[in-house]
Design a protein around this ligand. Structure first.
Ligand code: AMP
Ligand code: MG
Length: 361
């Protein structure tokens, strides 16, 4: 009679249930107590080496988060790159005098770029595309163009002609009459923000997204301490830092001529252009860093502050006291906003740290 339970049977079942329950609870406790492990993925994208690190107790969760992040990067690159003919940006650039239908993200990024162009008086100009293409810095077509060519390209640099519009479900982008949009100075920051958002939505509590000069962290280190992010020394190989910043849920973005350039007759021509001259900006800065939760803004602003040079950059920082910034000058001085005093530590004893006047707290 299989369905009749005796008292002994009941005891056996009870004992078995207790054993199973203990095993399950034990496994759960082990899982909870286990330290999160680092899972990495590295690939070439966005014209740079992208390094992703997530910490998780669950390999499946980490693998999915990394795969989804890599897929998102590829998608954003296919929308924002001026070098991909089918991208939103390229389609808007070729639709002279007409609107191009674009993704919501491209419209959002473009609006942000225009906002920062206004804020910086055009030192950041997302319509710099004609100049970028003419010089070809970072490509095998890099060359020093003739003055007449530069003058012709400069006529097409004016972010004020670029318009975005939201009509019902549609997002439209117009590059005016021949303006060439180039989002190379802001796209990585925007993408880093979206990736951090994605990782958080996947339940990841600790992560580092490294898109070349753009670093963004999710949360803090697994044990709760802030992340320590290095600021590249422009004169040393990649990965050697002159300062370190302690941050949580933030991004650290650095711009400098050392990132991409070519040399001709002993002169160095780099990839950050002065929109008022159409030539590589002649700046007395060797790099500009901005630390902010909004990586898109930080990205665009460090390009702009580099173009401005130290004096104008300092003025800008005095007028925008909420910003956290580090200006490294050609003569090795490190100018910081007052709000970074407890955040930043110098690694290079030969450098001097100076608080920018008017930004003390
Ligand atoms: P970043 O590395 O963030 O400083 O950005 C440099 C990239 O932004 C260049 O490779 C160009 O694609 C673009 N760019 C260069 N000069 C400017 C500028 N003045 N305003 C906006 N974008 C720029
Ligand atoms: Mg930038």
């Amino acid at each position: 009679m299989p369905y009749l339970q005796t008292g002994r049977d009941k005891l056996k079942y009870l004992a078995a249930a207790v054993v199973v329950l203990a095993a399950v609870t034990g496994a759960a406790l082990l899982f909870l107590n286990r330290a999160p492990e680092e899972y990495r993925r590295e690939e070439y994208a966005l014209g740079t080496i992208v390094r992703l690190s997530v910490w998780s107790k669950d390999e499946g969760q980490a693998d999915a988060a990394l795969a989804n992040t890599a897929a998102a990067i590829a998608r954003y690159e296919s929308l924002f790159s001026a070098n991909i003919a089918s991208s939103d940006v390229s389609r808007a650039n070729s639709a002279v005098g007409r609107d191009a239908r674009v993704s919501a993200e491209t419209a959002e990024l473009m609006s942000k770029a225009i906002e920062i162009a206004n804020m910086t008086g055009g030192a950041f100009d997302p319509a710099i595309g004609a100049v970028v293409k003419l010089w070809g810095i970072g490509t095998d077509r890099a060359r020093v163009p003739a003055d007449t060519e530069i003058a012709a390209a400069l006529k097409e640099v004016n972010y004020k002609k670029i318009k975005t519009e939201h009509r019902g479900e549609k997002y439209l982008l117009s590059s005016g009459n021949g303006q060439k949009i180039d989002l190379g100075g802001i796209a990585k920051g925007y993408i880093a923000d979206r990736l951090a958002e994605l990782l958080r939505s996947e339940g990841i509590k600790s992560a580092i997204v490294d898109l070349g000069g753009n670093l963004e962290v999710v949360g803090s280190q697994p044990k709760g301490r802030p992340w320590r992010l290095g600021i590249q020394d422009p004169l040393k190989p990649r990965g050697e830092y002159f300062a370190v910043a302690d941050v949580t849920d933030s991004s650290v973005v650095t711009s400098g001529p050392y990132e991409r350039y070519f040399e001709k007759d002993g002169v160095r021509y780099h990839h950050i252009f002065d929109p008022s001259t159409g030539r590589p900006a002649t700046s007395d800065l060797s790099s500009v860093t901005i630390i902010d939760r909004d990586s898109a803004m930080a990205d665009a602003l460090c390009t702009a502050l580099f173009v401005m040079g130290r004096r104008r950059a300092e003025e800008f920082l005095r007028a925008h006291r909420e910003l956290h910034s580090v200006l490294l000058t050609d003569d090795g001085k490190v100018y910081i906003t007052g709000n970074l005093k407890e955040v930043l530590s110098l690694k290079d004893a030969s450098k001097k740290m100076i608080t920018i006047e008017g930004t003390e707290r």
